[in-house]
Design a protein. Structure first.
Length: 50
């Protein structure tokens, strides 16, 4: 489990989705203060185009 640098609270894994661009990104979200920290290097596409 990750610890928040701001408030030392616990961080959970969450997925952010951008419906306009069709990309998603895993982030850590602090359950205490709401701070977000990127967990992946880059966003990934939601749909694979054939």
């Amino acid at each position: 489990m990750q610890t928040c640098e701001k408030c030392k609270g616990s961080m959970l894994l969450d997925r952010e989705i951008d419906m306009e661009s069709g990309m998603s990104l895993l982030v850590f979200v602090c359950i205490n203060c709401g701070k977000r920290k990127q967990a992946e290097r880059a966003p990934i596409p939601l749909i694979e185009v054939s």
